[in-house]
Write a protein that binds this ligand. Structure first.
Ligand SMILES: [Zn+2]
Length: 413
C-alpha cells in the first residue's frame, strides 16, 4: 500500500527525469506549423496526427471530433480527446489548443520561429508558450502515471483542440455543441492558456467586452468661418468628456477583478481633415469597454448612445454608434469550485505559493465552458511572451506545472 503522499513524491521524482523529453516534445511541436487557415497557415492536421501517434503509442484511447471548415485541408479541423481511465468516471480535463498565431515580422526573431532554440532554461519558438506549454505539461503528467503504472482518481481527459486563436468555433465550441455528453458539471476543467509568472493567478471570471465605433457627422467648412460649419472635432471632445460619467452610472466593484470596476476607455481616433485651416465635418473614434458581469452590455450601449447623442446635438452634430465587438461575459466560475480548490492545493504543494482566483479584463476560451454551466479554471505559469517575436517558455515552468497537474490528477474530491 502506498499513500497518496508517496505516490505524489514518486510522480514528482519521475517528472524530474523528463526534462529532455519535454524539450524533444517542444521541438516536434514547434516544427509543425499549425497556423490556422484563416490566418493563411496550413492548419492543425500535421500536429494533430503527430500527437495522435504519440498518445496511441502510449496505449491511450484517442478520439477525433473534426469540425467542418471549408478553408481547411480536407475541409475539416481536428479536435482530439485522449483518455486515461481513472478510478472514477468523473473527469479532470486539461484543454490545450493546437493552433498557433503567425510568426509576424520574422526580422524581429533572433532564430527561425518554427525551429526550437534552447538557451538555458528558455525554449524559444512560435507556440512554445501558447499553447505547447499546456500540451507538454498535461502529456508529461499523464506519462508519469503510465510509467509508474498509477491509476488517477478521476479519468484524465486531454482535449487538444483547433481554432482557439480565431474564435474557437471549429474547436472547443464545436466539441461542446456536438459532444456535450463528454462533459459533466462534476468534472474538473483546467485550461492552461493564461496565468501569471509566479503561478498564483487562477482565472475564474472575465469582464464582458464591448467595442464601439462612434461616428459624428457635422458640416465641414473654412476655419475662418466657423459660423458656417458644424465642427465634429469639438463635439467629439465634449462627447468624450461627457462619457466620463459612465464610471458613475456603472459604479459596481467586484474584488475578483483588477481593476475591480468596469472600464470605459476612448482609444482609437480616425484621421479627419488633412490640413489645419479646415473645420472637420466628420470624426470617428472608438470606445473599448470592459464590463463587469453585473451589467448587461445592451444597457451600457444604450446609455452611451443616449449620452453621446445628447452632447453631439448641442453642437448641431449627429452621432452614430455601431458595435465592433460585443462579447457578453460568461457566468463566473465559483472561486470555491472544486477545480479551483484542487489547483490551490497543488500550487501550494509544488510552488509553495497561494493561488488566487481572479477575474481578467478579456475573453478566454474558458468562457465557452462557463457559458454552458461547466466550471472551468484557467491556469498556467506564464512567461508572458505569447504572440510575440522570440516567444519562449521556461523548462522549469513546464516541469513545475506538470507536477501541479499530476497533483490534481491524484486529487480525491
Ligand atoms: Zn492560447
Amino acid at each position: 500500500m502506498t499513500t497518496k503522499d508517496d505516490r505524489f513524491r514518486l510522480l514528482w521524482e519521475r517528472l524530474g527525469t523528463y526534462e529532455q523529453e519535454m524539450i524533444d516534445l517542444q521541438r516536434e511541436l514547434v516544427c509543425r506549423n499549425a497556423v490556422g487557415p484563416e490566418q493563411g497557415g496550413p492548419g492543425e492536421w500535421d500536429k494533430a496526427a503527430f500527437l495522435m501517434g504519440v498518445l496511441t503509442g502510449w496505449g491511450l484511447k484517442v478520439d477525433n471530433y473534426p469540425a467542418p471548415d471549408e478553408l481547411a485541408v480536407g475541409g475539416q479541423r481536428p479536435n482530439l480527446v485522449a483518455m486515461l481511465p481513472g478510478k472514477k468516471p468523473e473527469k479532470v480535463w486539461v484543454l490545450s489548443h493546437l493552433d498557433v498565431v503567425p510568426s509576424g515580422d520574422e526580422s524581429l526573431w533572433r532564430s527561425d520561429p518554427f525551429t526550437l532554440r534552447v538557451d538555458g532554461d528558455r525554449l524559444y519558438g512560435r507556440g512554445t508558450e501558447d499553447n505547447h506549454h499546456g500540451i507538454v505539461t498535461s502529456m508529461m503528467a499523464v506519462k508519469a502515471f503510465l510509467d509508474l503504472n498509477y491509476t488517477p482518481e478521476r479519468t484524465v481527459a486531454l482535449a487538444l483542440v483547433s481554432d482557439e486563436e480565431t474564435g474557437s468555433l471549429r474547436g472547443l465550441a464545436h466539441l461542446l455543441k456536438e459532444q456535450r455528453e463528454l462533459f459533466s458539471e462534476r468534472d474538473l476543467i483546467i485550461v492552461p492558456d493564461a496565468g501569471s509568472p509566479d503561478s498564483t493567478l487562477i482565472e475564474v471570471a472575465e469582464k464582458g467586452i464591448l467595442w464601439l465605433r462612434l461616428t459624428l457627422t457635422g458640416q465641414q467648412g473654412h476655419a475662418s468661418k466657423p459660423q458656417l460649419a458644424k465642427n465634429t472635432l469639438r463635439a467629439c471632445a465634449h462627447v468624450i468628456v461627457a462619457l466620463e460619467e459612465l464610471r458613475r452610472e456603472f459604479p459596481r466593484q467586484n474584488p475578483l477583478f483588477q481593476p475591480p470596476e468596469s472600464t470605459f476607455e476612448p482609444t482609437q481616433k480616425e484621421a479627419n481633415v488633412p490640413n489645419v485651416n479646415t473645420i472637420p465635418g466628420r470624426d470617428v473614434f472608438y470606445l473599448d469597454c470592459r464590463v463587469l458581469p453585473d451589467y448587461e452590455l445592451a444597457r451600457v450601449k444604450e446609455r452611451i448612445t443616449d449620452m453621446a447623442r445628447e452632447v453631439a446635438a448641442r453642437f448641431g452634430v449627429t452621432l452614430e454608434v455601431e458595435p465592433v465587438q460585443e462579447l457578453p461575459s460568461a457566468p463566473p466560475t465559483d472561486p470555491e469550485a472544486p477545480v479551483v480548490m484542487a489547483l490551490k492545493r497543488a500550487i501550494r504543494e509544488v510552488y509553495g505559493r497561494e493561488g488566487t482566483p481572479r477575474g481578467i479584463g478579456g475573453g478566454t476560451v474558458a468562457a465557452f465552458f462557463r457559458q454552458v454551466g461547466l466550471p472551468a479554471a484557467v491556469w498556467m505559469t506564464v512567461s508572458d511572451t505569447a504572440h510575440q517575436p522570440n516567444e519562449f517558455c521556461l523548462l522549469s515552468n513546464l516541469l513545475g506545472d506538470a507536477r501541479v497537474l499530476a497533483h490534481v490528477f491524484l486529487a480525491e474530491d
